[in-house]
Each structure stands twice: as structure tokens, then as C-alpha cells.
Design a binder for this molecule. Structure first.
Ligand code: TYD
Ligand code: MG
Length: 455
């Protein structure tokens, strides 16, 4: 016998209340609590959900040495970028959430992977019809014909199809369109998302099937639905980029099975997403003449060195208060660097507008790009171009000192591989590279750099 019950959920953090109240005690947001109808008997069990009565088996404690890991080998997704971001492939029984703005390419990415995989995949779409998915699939080159397309939104029906088809990997597009019979409220509500995710987690863990979920994000960049969705899944991936640019960046925000500092870069083409194996090539604009105001920085994202181009424009302020703007770089850090240049190197930038841009639409928090930022600003301010084959990898301190950075040798090797002639690094970096073609310019103060560049 089931009894209808209503519960109040905070739409922001997912906290549950018995009564309505104006402010959520848990996340302190106002007016976020809404009533949702839930049915008393929440099965939360995918087997009960699909067949009705089978009792779930109880787990027993085991020693680490007794736990069988032979099945834990990862599934290779046949996509080097995704594999790297996941930490080496999909872990059996894991739940991966892929978030991103509408139209960024989430469905394209996962459909493309299912079309390439040698495993049997079930692609469940609650957003598009089978015909629409076929139209999309026809644009993407496919290697295999192992992908089954299901258009369904009810979890009980999805599990029935899963039992029938026994797929190796399940993809859900998207979690916000699913609904479970055990909850009355509409699809996309907090309690539905929570219930459907719980059912999927149980299914994934019991059958060791990896499940990939697509999640919508709200205007302020969070994954729509309760924050607990992110706590429940094993891995949260974010697909980002400017819709007007062709490049897309995949990064892990949370990863129980790998590092969160890896990046995957894709290019959106007419025929789907192309993996960008050598990102430095796309991030540096290829130009013939040398222009003032650009400098190349060597940064490291995860384990991979990347060369990025920094552009600065310094001009006399038209209005009283000079403007400072930074795209892809922390504005506070830009202000700090300008203060250091003013105080320690004697450049009068206080009355100048300063605009800074990292090309390619990416944003970087690696402090090792500081020196390139300094070089770009000074180059624009003095209107003297920096030679195209110079690059920089050092942090700038408040005293105007050039500080060492991590993985300096890796950065130098990447710069050498890409044909740079000179790299500026801190004098305090210990470098024991032998036989390098690239000239390693050791600097200790901003003055050293200024003297070398502008003599
Ligand atoms: P989509 O995967 O539908 O985005 P999401 O699921 O994140 O909402 O991506 C749709 C966009 O991608 C759309 O603007 C068209 C573009 N696109 C291409 O440029 N090339 C292609 O081969 C495909 C399939 C889509
Ligand atoms: Mg989509």
C-alpha cells in the first residue's frame, strides 16, 4: 500500500524539509524551497524497479586482498582525449556525469564515442527521436555498428531494455529528462533526479556496467538539479568552450579514479568532434609579421605542457579611470602585475588602459604564465615586438623577482619540440637538461628581461 507524501526540497542544494520555509537552513538561499510529491515506497533499486519483487543481495565485508579486481580493467573509449581526462578509460561500474551548456556538443561527443566503440552500447535519449539521432549519426564517421538507440524516459522501461539487450556501456541523454514511477513529481525536479540517479548507481555497481550521464547546466554554470548529483556520481566532466569558437575543452571537475587536472581538447567540425592531439599548434596564431603586444607562455595543464599566446594592448586612457580587462586570466593578478611593473621596474602604466587576452578562448590559472603577461604588456607599451621564437615560463613575485615554476624541464622540452629558439625561465629553477638546442635564458629580476628584450 502506498501513501502519497509531499516533501519540501531546496532547489539549490537539495536539502529536504517537512515544512515550507523562506530560507534554506543548509545553503542560506532565499525562496528556493519548493514542494514535491513523492510516493512513500521509494524502491531505489533497479531490479525491483524493473521486475517488481526480487530482493537485492546483501553485501559482505571483504579484505582488500580478497576483493576481486580482475574485471576492473578499464574500458578504452577509443578517444585519447576522453581516456586521458577519465584517467585511462571508463571504469566498470562507474557513473560519469558530463555537464555543459546547451549546444556545446555533449550529445555529439557521447554519440560519437558509442559509434566508435567495439563494445555494445545503449544510447538512451529522452531529448531526441531515433530519426533525429540517426541524422546526427550520419554526419559522424562510425567504425562499428554496436550502438543501440533507445528513446525512453521512464527508468523502469530503460532497465527492462537493459536486461533484454545486456549492453556493456549505457549512455543517458539526459538525466533531467528521466523519471521514475516511484516518485510523483515531474521530470527534472530534485526528487526525480535524485531517485533516477540512485537507481542508475545501484544498476551500475551491481552489474559493473559503466554509465555515462549527460547533465544540463544552469545559467550560472552549475549542473541543473541538486548539488548532491555531483556527490553521487564518481566522475564529473565539464564540456566547455565558446559556442562561436570551434574549440571545446573537456575537463574533470571530480574524478574518483584519476586526476582532475587533465584537459581534453576537441575541434567541432561538420563531421563531429576531432581530437586535437597537439594543442599548442592551435593556441598560437600563425602570423608572418611580428606584432607588438604578444608573447608566448609555456603552461602545463595536468601532465601536458601547452604553449599559449598572450596578447596585451596598452593605450592611453580616454576617461579618467583607466580600464583593466582580462580574458582567460585573473584580473586581480593582472592588477598585481601592473603594480609590480610600476613600482619595481619604473613603467608608468597607472594612467593607461590595459587589456589582456589569452587566445583560443581558454582560461589559465598556472602562475607560470606571469612572465609572458609581463612581456606582452611591456611589448605593447613600448611598441616593440618580441621575436616569434621566444617563450616564457616563470612566475613574477611582488618584489619583481622571477620565481621558479614546476615541471620546468618539461616546459623547456615542449618549447624545443615546437621550434622555439629561446625560453626565459627563473634563475632559481634547477635545470639539468643536457644537449638542448633551445637557449635557456635564466633571469632573476624583471629588469633582466627588459634589458634582454628591449635593450
Ligand atoms: P549537441 O551535441 O546537440 O549539443 P548538446 O547535446 O551539448 O546540447 O551539439 C550541437 C551543436 O554541434 C550544433 O550547434 C551543431 C554542431 N555540430 C557540428 O558542428 N558538427 C557535427 O557533426 C554535429 C553532429 C553537430
Ligand atoms: Mg544534447
Amino acid at each position: 500500500m502506498t501513501k502519497t507524501k509531499t516533501v519540501f526540497f531546496c532547489q539549490n542544494c537539495g536539502a529536504q524539509y517537512a515544512k515550507w520555509q523562506g530560507q534554506c537552513t543548509s545553503c542560506k538561499e532565499w525562496n528556493t524551497i519548493a514542494e514535491e510529491i513523492i510516493q512513500k515506497a521509494s524502491a531505489s533499486d533497479w531490479k525491483n524497479a524493473s521486475s517488481g519483487s526480487r530482493a537485492s543481495k546483501t553485501a559482505k565485508p571483504l579484505r582488500i586482498s580478497e576483493i576481486n579486481t580482475s574485471k576492473e580493467a578499464r574500458y578504452n573509449t577509443d578517444d585519447t582525449e576522453l581516456n586521458r581526462v577519465l584517467g585511462g578509460g571508463l571504469v566498470p561500474g562507474s557513473l560519469t556525469l558530463l555537464g555543459g551548456e546547451p549546444g556545446i556538443g555533449k550529445s555529439t561527443l557521447l554519440l560519437q564515442i558509442s559509434l566508435k566503440l567495439p563494445y555494445k552500447t545503449l544510447y538512451v535519449s529522452g531529448e531526441e527521436s531515433q530519426q533525429q539521432i540517426k541524422m546526427r549519426a550520419q554526419r559522424i564517421p562510425s567504425k562499428t555498428d554496436n550502438c543501440l538507440i533507445l528513446t525512453e524516459t521512464k527508468t523502469q522501461n530503460i532497465f527492462r531494455q537493459i536486461e533484454e539487450t545486456q549492453p556493456d556501456i549505457v549512455i543517458i541523454d539526459s538525466i533531467q529528462t528521466l523519471h521514475s514511477d516511484y516518485i510523483e513529481s515531474s521530470a527534472g525536479s530534485i526528487s526525480q533526479i535524485r531517485e533516477c540517479t540512485t537507481e542508475l548507481i545501484k544498476f551500475a555497481k551491481e552489474t559493473a556496467t559503466p554509465v555515462l550521464l549527460i547533465g544540463h547546466i544552469t545559467k550560472d554554470g552549475n549542473i541543473a538539479g541538486p548539488k548532491i548529483l555531483e556527490h553521487m556520481v564518481d566522475t564529473v566532466l565539464q564540456f566547455e568552450g565558446d559556442r562561436n569558437h570551434v574549440y571545446r575543452i573537456l575537463r574533470a571537475l571530480k574524478n574518483r579514479f584519476g586526476s582532475t587536472s587533465e584537459l581534453g581538447i576537441y575541434e567541432m567540425l561538420g563531421s563531429g568532434l576531432r581530437e586535437v592531439a597537439n594543442p599548442s599548434e592551435i593556441l598560437i596564431s600563425k602570423k608572418e609579421e611580428e606584432l607588438s603586444g604578444t608573447a608566448i607562455a609555456s603552461t602545463v595543464e595536468g601532465m601536458r605542457p601547452l604553449m599559449i599566446e598572450i596578447q596585451a594592448l596598452v593605450s592611453t586612457a580616454v576617461y579618467g579611470t583607466p580600464q583593466r580587462s582580462a580574458t582567460g586570466y585573473n584580473l586581480k593578478r593582472l592588477n598585481m602585475i601592473l603594480a609590480v611593473l610600476e613600482k619595481r621596474a619604473g613603467f608608468r602604466l597607472g594612467a593607461k588602459d590595459v587589456f589582456l587576452n589569452i587566445t583560443g578562448g581558454i582560461s589559465v590559472d598556472d602562475p607560470a604564465i606571469d612572465l609572458a603577461v609581463v612581456a606582452a604588456i611591456l611589448s605593447s607599451s613600448e611598441d616593440i615586438p618580441i621575436p616569434k621564437d621566444f617563450c616564457f615560463a616563470a612566475e613574477v613575485g611582488l618584489a619583481g623577482e622571477i620565481r621558479p615554476v614546476t615541471k620546468a624541464e618539461q616546459r623547456i622540452q615542449e618549447a624545443e619540440k615546437l621550434g622555439f629558439s629561446t625560453i626565459f625561465v627563473s634563475k632559481y629553477n634547477k635545470i639539468s637538461l643536457q644537449n638542448t638546442q633551445i637557449q635557456i635564458q635564466m633571469v632573476a629580476k624583471i629588469e633582466d628581461v627588459v634589458e634582454y628584450l628591449f635593450g
